[in-house]
Design a protein around this ligand. Structure first.
Ligand SMILES: *Cc1c(COP(=O)(O)O)cnc(C)c1O
Length: 399
């Protein structure tokens, strides 16, 4: 297989037939300006050394690779390792791209960073990065989500960002996107819309991937050093796809390593309540780019569901769509029950409370490990910690 993964996407932002810029012409210019600025800035010593210093001394990178011996023994098969992104400052991988985006906005002389947030995870990570980099931050959030996600709302306020409640329509993520985007369109030359995953129009899928790829580069070197070889399987959960592509990028050319993305099967793939976009979706355009998506016959996004709010997105990053089609990455699913079982297993056996998002990848790893011999190894991206989910799970399981 001679794929020049490093050179993807092409100039127009396409990964095969996915990605691109499905946006009005005036926005194409703005996106291309961001791409040009990114190309220039990312190669300067000032930007590189600033980001490297923050990754190390602020986020706490490199995050460790941990061998989960008790979990592995219990499952009884292949050995399971974790890349501990849950140990990053703010508790998840999102800080990796938020720092990159905030720094880029600052270097471009932008006056304000804007975004929407659903459960508040992207909002908190972005507000953190903007406080640090000293740039104004405005987050739009649905009124219903504001009431549901109290701790994150409080954190965003403390961190000094302007929180805009959205009380139109469904008062959730979808309307928060529209509201934030309207604000952005008031002055796109001076504002920076910080997308929270490897989605949206070019250059975001590429830029966010680049900022996240530190995860896989570290993990590959750490695993080699620890084990003297590469893992047999690497796996990560897939919502928009940023933590997964962050882990996969460094391994794309290692043909002996099997790459597996795990989508939420929710209440079952045969019900309407899941968010398994790559498994059940069809090609279409969404939020400015081409990808697989869960859509009705007219091409409108369908309501999606996951027990992990960070995974309930009707689309998915264009590079994942391409990697699925060329069969370099396999996409599997885990349902709510498997996710909760994995959440509890890791908590009770290893003393690590994972995010419900990450627990989907853990569930897959446990399922597949049981079928493999001890000599095999699986590396899981533990994308975040589960503090945010602890109360919900305790109530759900009546603990
Ligand atoms: C947001 C989030 C995800 C899902 O986003 P991706 O872009 O698919 O990585 C996964 N895990 C955690 C902990 C998150 O906060």
């Amino acid at each position: 297989m001679t794929c020049k993964f490093a050179e993807m996407p092409d100039e127009k932002g396409y990964f095969g037939e996915y990605g691109g810029q499905i946006i009005p012409p005036e926005l194409v210019k703005i996106m291309n300006d961001i791409n040009d600025a990114y190309e220039k800035v990312r190669q300067t010593d000032a930007f590189k050394s600033e980001l490297a210093l923050l990754n190390a001394d602020y986020t706490g990178r490199p995050s460790p690779v941990y061998y989960a011996s008790r979990l592995s023994e219990k499952v009884g098969g292949a050995r399971i390792f974790f890349k501990r992104e849950d140990l990053n400052h703010t508790g998840a991988h999102k800080i990796n791209h938020c720092l990159g985006e905030a720094l880029l906005a600052k270097h471009m002389g932008k006056t304000k960073v804007l975004a929407e947030t659903g459960a508040g995870q992207h909002g908190v990570a972005l507000a953190t990065a903007c406080a640090l980099v000293d740039i104004e931050c405005e987050i739009h959030m649905g009124q219903i989500d504001i009431e549901k996600e109290h701790p994150n709302v409080t954190k965003m306020k403390i961190l000094g960002c302007k929180l805009v409640p959205v009380s139109r329509g469904t008062q959730t993520l979808k309307d928060a996107v529209d509201s934030a985007f309207e604000e952005y369109l008031k002055d796109p030359a001076n504002y920076f819309y910080a997308i929270g995953s490897v989605v949206g129009p070019h250059p975001f899928p590429r830029m966010v991937r680049d900022f996240q790829s530190i995860v896989g580069h570290e993990a590959r070197a750490q695993f080699l050093q620890k084990e003297g070889r590469l893992p047999d399987i690497i796996t990560a959960c897939v919502g928009g796809g940023s933590n997964a592509i962050g882990l996969f990028t460094a391994f794309l050319n290692d043909e002996e390593v099997k790459l597996v993305g795990v989508e939420p099967a929710g209440k079952g793939l045969d019900t309407a309540e899941h968010a398994a976009t790559l498994t059940k979706g069809t090609k279409g355009a969404l939020h400015g780019f081409e990808c697989y998506n869960l859509q009705d016959e007219e091409g409108n996004p369908l309501p999606v569901y996951s027990i992990a709010s960070g995974l309930d997105y009707p689309g998915v990053g264009p590079q994942h769509c391409y990697l699925k089609d060329i069969k370099r990455v396999e996409y599997e699913t885990a349902d709510d029950k498997e996710c909760l079982d994995a959440f509890m297993a890791l908590s009770r056996l290893e003393g690590i409370i994972p995010a419900l998002e990450s627990a989907h990848a853990i569930a897959y790893a446990m399922r597949i490990a049981a079928t493999l011999p001890k000599e095999k190894s699986i590396l899981v991206n533990l994308s975040g910690r589960g503090d945010k989910d602890a109360d919900f799970v305790a109530r759900k399981l009546k603990l």
